[in-house]
Design a protein around this ligand. Structure first.
Ligand code: NOJ
Length: 743
């Protein structure tokens, strides 16, 4: 035994030594390289330009190929495929003096070729394995197409559904968002940067971009340090702790300074507190945008402010290229500062293995054997159906049975709506190199699922966003013939994502009128929603018996929805974001503060609206199943704990229905009295469990002292003694409660 332990220690020591040696070797290779680089070559490494393949913002610069050949660029984005990246890499390696390879980056947000659900949708799965797997597959495909770097994950907490980019993140909750952040970094980076089927992750948008005022994209962010640290910062911090290789600065200002010029964010917080040691890239032209923000007047001042703040790479503005050399020559900027940024970038190029083989990711054979493999498509279908949320499942008049799942033997099934056969929309916004032509529509998914005897009828009903009612009559005729109507409504993919804020959360165009017309036929209707944000669907919730929230589910959307519609898959998704009743309630989220005058309907002078309820339409964490779950009373192993303890919390969950089902058991905490006010509920743990009909499981959670900590009145992070409530349930509203005391 003794010998065995000695051997293990020896191996560990040797591994540590060899890692250290390797790091030292890389560091000295980087030093030698920097020693021979001209100032222009150094600045080149700090510039990132788009190719002309895809444009994800205003085009400021042309001629990226010339830039590559002249060594004026260190990385390229929006260029992929093994062939094209090799072609561009050859320019960098063969035609520049120092043969420094390029990094290729791209917005691989929810899949690369095989497209998975939009991130907000995937968050509804509350399934970390599934999310990690989706990014693992995305990384395999992207790296096989010559990419080294995904501009993902987007970790901006978003509590304003008017903001189009809510679609790109994990929703409103810090805890769920943080777990997803880790899963996505693990998925993208696999065993680590340099592994051939991995890509570098890029944590974005640092920081607090999701809090854009009024939900208007690129707008001002202004919040307290407490709010920032408690709500917005943890997901970024979790991703950095999980090893994310790079970070992207955000467009917004933060405490009066645009993020790309904020030394506090980019250096003090990121590198100082969070111990981040990769490189920081600006968001698209955000260094240039500091001029209209009004903190600098010209190119040179913008470049200096960003570099001094700690932004290593300039995406697309060209300001570093234009100004940094001159600033060093004038003595305004110390060349050492440039060396530091160059070192960080070169380090990643070494870690990626590009100095050993610049073409190692550009392998046509691997690309051919990797993209859109059958197993990837199966995984996409699985993640997609896990992301579907059953919002409502009601009985029809005079019938006992619930409307869903539908029988595959239905004789006449009408599939109606502008999203029923909308192939292009299925992959959502930010769908990377995904080919919408390969996606499965709802109509196709349904046709493939039903029995040969079922007659599937189709009518578009209306377009997504215009005001023409021309096709209404035909849709009503089709509905009239049907036994059941599946009505696909929602947004166009283009209405979500960047630069896609909306002031209204209603169904666009004449879709509301369409559903009202179809409802008049008296036929049983299932509304299938496709959208990138919560919508205000009060009328539908009040009048339509069954509603499925399906977001934009990706390449396999239609098959995944059909799996749920016909009961081949029992829905288990839970909302990662609150669905308001009206825009006027925004921001609305479950973990609000109590206020000094909590709502009392009978007391005018309490916190409420005259013309709207306080409660949302659907709360955070909500989602039904084809079975039912019953929660027993909460059991605590102790009712008093000390700061040295952990607390075990138990709750028996029983499947009281007739089908096997998955349930996301959610645990929330409330600290009743603090030196600063605490939210009425905070998600602290969750577990996804499967129960057979009639089966019970005692679900056990362990709360640590860290789980009860917060930023106290003096901003120190820790706990305070006192009473706590713990809640467990299948959503944030309907919970069992128990009380414990922290002594
Ligand atoms: C701007 C977006 O804000 C960012 O998320 C994206 O990665 C870049 N454009 C590059 O496309």
């Amino acid at each position: 035994m003794q010998k065995f332990l000695t051997l293990i220690c020896l191996v560990a020591l040797l591994t540590a030594c060899s890692k250290e040696n390797q790091t030292n070797r890389v560091d000295s290779r980087i030093d030698s390289l920097i020693n021979v680089m001209t100032l222009e070559e150094k600045v080149g490494q700090l510039s990132l330009y788009t190719s002309d393949w895809d444009v994800t913002g205003p085009t400021m610069r042309q001629g990226y190929k010339e830039d590559i050949k002249k060594g004026r660029v260190g990385a390229i984005f929006n260029a992929f495929t093994a062939k094209y990246t090799r072609e561009l890499q050859e320019m960098a390696v063969k035609e520049t003096r120092l043969h420094i390879p390029l990094i290729f980056g791209y917005d691989v947000i929810h899949g690369h070729r095989t497209i998975f659900p939009i991130p907000l949708g995937a968050a509804a799965s509350w399934d970390m394995e599934a999310i990690e797997k989706s990014d693992r597959i995305a990384a395999e495909e992207a790296s096989a197409e010559g990419l080294h770097w995904a501009f993902s994950p987007m970790l901006d907490i978003a509590r304003d559904p008017r903001w189009g980019r809510i679609a790109e993140g994990a929703g409103e909750d810090t805890y769920l968002g943080s777990r997803i952040a880790e899963a996505r970094v693990r998925g993208l980076q696999g065993k680590g940067v340099g592994e051939l089927n991995s890509v570098m992750a890029c944590v974005k948008h640092f920081a607090a971009y999701g809090a854009a005022q009024a939900g208007r994209d690129y707008h001002t962010v202004d919040m307290s340090d407490r709010m920032f640290r408690e709500v917005y910062l943890p997901p970024y911090a979790a991703a950095i702790k999980a090893g994310a290789a790079t970070v992207m600065s955000s467009f917004n200002e933060f405490d009066g300074v645009p993020a790309s010029g904020s030394k506090y964010l980019m250096t003090d917080l990121l590198r100082g507190e969070l111990k981040f040691n990769g490189f920081v890239v600006s968001d698209y032209t955000s260094i240039m945008e500091m001029i209209p923000h009004g903190v600098v007047a010209d190119t040179a001042s913008a470049a200096a402010l960003a570099l001094e703040a700690g932004v290593d790479m300039d995406m697309q503005a060209g300001f570093y290229e234009e100004a940094l050399g001159k600033l060093v020559k004038k003595g305004t900027i110390n060349e050492q500062l440039i060396n530091t940024s160059v070192r960080r970038i070169l380090k990643k190029k070494f870690e990626l293995g590009l100095f050993d083989d610049p073409y190692r990711y550009s392998d046509v054979e691997r690309e051919k054997n990797t993209v859109m493999k059958l197993e990837f498509l199966e995984a996409a279908r699985d993640v997609a159906r896990k992301s579907i949320v059953l919002l409502k499942n009601g009985q029809l008049p005079r019938q006992e049975k619930l409307l869903l799942p539908l029988s595959k033997e239905v004789k006449q099934l009408a599939v109606i709506g502008p999203l029923a056969d909308a192939r292009k929309e299925m992959i959502g916004s930010w769908s990377a190199a995904g080919d919408w032509k390969k996606s499965v529509t709802l109509l196709e998914g349904i046709k493939a699922a039903v029995s040969p005897k079922t007659n599937v009828l189709f009518a578009r009903g209306c377009n997504i966003s215009d005001d023409s009612t021309t096709y209404f009559a035909e849709a009503v005729r089709v509905a009239d013939k049907a036994d059941v109507v599946v009505l696909a409504l929602g947004e166009g993919a283009w209405m979500t994502g960047e630069a896609a804020s909306r002031a209204s959360l209603a169904l666009p165009g004449v879709q509301q009128k369409l559903v009202e017309e179809i409802a008049k036929t008296g036929k049983p209707i299932v509304v299938v929603l496709m959208n990138g944000r919560p919508l205000t669907i009060n009328w539908i919730a009040g009048h339509i018996p069954a509603i499925l929230e399906t977001w934009f589910l990706g390449t396999q959307a239609g098959n995944a929805i059909a799996d749920v519609l016909f009961g081949d898959f029992n829905p288990s998704g839970k909302l990662p974001v609150t669905f308001p009743r009206s825009v006027g309630q925004i921001p609305i989220f479950y973990n609000m503060k109590n206020t000094g005058r909590p709502m009392d309907r009978n007391n005018k002078y309490t916190s409420k609206y005259l013309d709207e309820e306080n409660e949302p339409l659907y709360p955070f964490g909500f989602g039904l199943s084809y079975t039912t779950f019953e929660y027993g009373a909460i059991k605590l192993l102790k009712e008093h704990i000390t700061t040295q303890d952990e607390l075990t919390v138990l709750c028996k969950v029983t499947n009281t229905g007739t089908r096997a089902g998955e349930e996301v058991v959610q645990l929330y905490v409330r600290d009743l009295i603090g030196s600063v006010t605490r939210p009425v509920k905070e998600l602290k743990k969750f577990q996804k469990i499967t129960l057979q009909p009639g089966e019970s499981r005692e679900v056990s959670f362990t709360l640590s002292i860290q789980d009860l900590a917060f930023y106290r009145s003096n901003m120190s992070f820790g706990t305070e003694p006192g009473d706590f409530h713990v809640f467990i349930g299948g959503n944030s509203r309907d919970t069992k409660a128990a009380k414990f005391v922290l002594d």
